[in-house]
Ligand binder design. Sequence first.
Ligand code: ADP
Ligand code: ZN
Length: 599
Amino acid sequence: MKALKNVSIYIALIVGVILLAVLINGVTSAPEMSYNKFVTELIENDNVKKVSVDGNTALVELKEALNNKTLYRVKFYSQDVFESLVLEAESAGKTFDYVADITEVPFIVTLIPYILMAGIVIFFILFMMGQSQGANAKVMNFGKSRARLYTTSKIKFADVAGADEEKEEMAELVSFLKNPKKYADMGARIPKGVLMVGPPGTGKTYLAKAVAGEAEVPFFAISGSDFVEMYVGVGAARVRDLFEQAKKNAPCLIFIDEIDAVGRHRGSGLGGGHDEREQTLNQLLVEMDGFAGKEGIIIIAATNRPDILDPALTRPGRFDRKIVVNVPTLKARDEILKVHARNKPISEDVSLLEVAKITPGFTPADLENLLNEAALLAAREDLDKIEMRHIKEATFRVVVGPEKKSNVMTEKDKRLTAIHETGHAIAVKVASSTDTVDRVSIIPAGYAGGYTAHKPSEDKTYATEKQMIENIIVALGGRAAEELCLGEVSTGASSDLKSANGIAHNMVTKYGMSKKLTNMVFDNEGNEVFIGRSFGSTRNYSEDTAAIIDEEVKTIIDSAYTKVKEILTENMDKLNRIADVLMEKEKIEGEEFEALMAE
Ligand code: ADP
Ligand code: ZN
């Protein structure tokens, strides 16, 4: 690692000198125009006479003066993107001259020897490093470390299928990006950071792009994992750079994929050596606090692991909104398949709804991949249409593809999950005095195979002993149902057990709610069992007391388990019936659940 630091200093020096030279040269007297404004002038108003590119700046001459001036400078991030924009405008019939590189700047030419020399030095150093570690990857990474990020997205909400709830939540972001000033003038609380939570391939990036596309603002994308393998200090510098660029191009959207790579809880992880990541994270927090929101910048971050994020990230004013992106339901899968089948020749005998039915657990990315594989299979047979058998074969390929296996449920898993979740739901219905069932689902979400959502019918500040016991009963409902219906229990209940035990432990040690230790508190901060920080904390009670605590916890758990088995046994026919419906529909909303219970 020492060598790395040294290298980064050299590189920083060399790059610094070159940048300085370019900067000094690049300053002209023309005022700056925002990228957005330029796009409007170029495409909508057709008011551009000449564009001359010089590095990452373009000199723009207007046909009609704007604020009494006809000459402006426009900064941009990537030459490629800029050029494709210009070419697009040209092919759309806009008339202007385009000079790809200003020839009357000999200074650039004089720089070439220096750049060459610097290149040789860098290459040499990296080559030396390569003796001990995978340098090839490093060389390539370094090469692409700048220039990218900036694109304009063509994806619209209409291209996003089956994510109605997510789209609804994002509609507000679009309207804000379209007109940040309106919101600011109204004194409305302006969204700044949004956290998108969901497993890989569920369309987090796609949705973020759709927001940018729908609002017609620039889309900056960067991945958290890009930062962590960076040389020291570079990660933080890139964050700074990113925000600087974003501010210049506001309104715009910044998308940070895999935020957990930088946003991991600070001070966690054994063995240290994380100061680079922490620097990057701190810089990100500083930048987020540094703008008011009225600039019209929205940051969307995506993660599959919200649980390991540093709490500082989710504080108000930072990523204080959360949008959960779920694996699609049957209906959504049908719609997504339709979107991706649009440009593929599909035989009349194929029903996409049937395909949707045989693909529970598939993410949008899986579905796209599925149709692609099917097309390949059909092409291999020299057919001109994709048939159902190709799709079936492709399903198999996607399922057994090594990484996807865990996403997709077998029929047996599906039944187990359905029984388990129905067990929770019936426990809520019968045992809970405060909660009602909101939704029961067997579509995998995050690390869980399914979920049962329930919410209290009124706000409550204190939990009574009775309610805490009810919560334990509900948590144990899943495992009890498995035991009663299938005669065996699975690992699927491990987080349920953890939370049931956590509640019981708190009842005994924090709230004095047990027979033998009534009104006694054994509070040391380590007692938050389910957060898992009890490691290393000290006890303030004896071994004997500890044994009594364990005993009392066990009594609470056992009696709750007996109770929930009673409840489920009494409702056995309903349990089976609802599990069947759940297997077929994959998701049951609260009202329907109530109706099934009332039958
Ligand atoms: P993530 O960022 O969550 O890993 P992506 O956004 O990269 O997932 O999605 C992968 C692909 O799945 C996208 O390229 C897109 O083609 C497809 N996709 C995702 N969501 C949808 C959707 N709602 N409708 C249609 N296609 C989608
Ligand atoms: Zn459960």
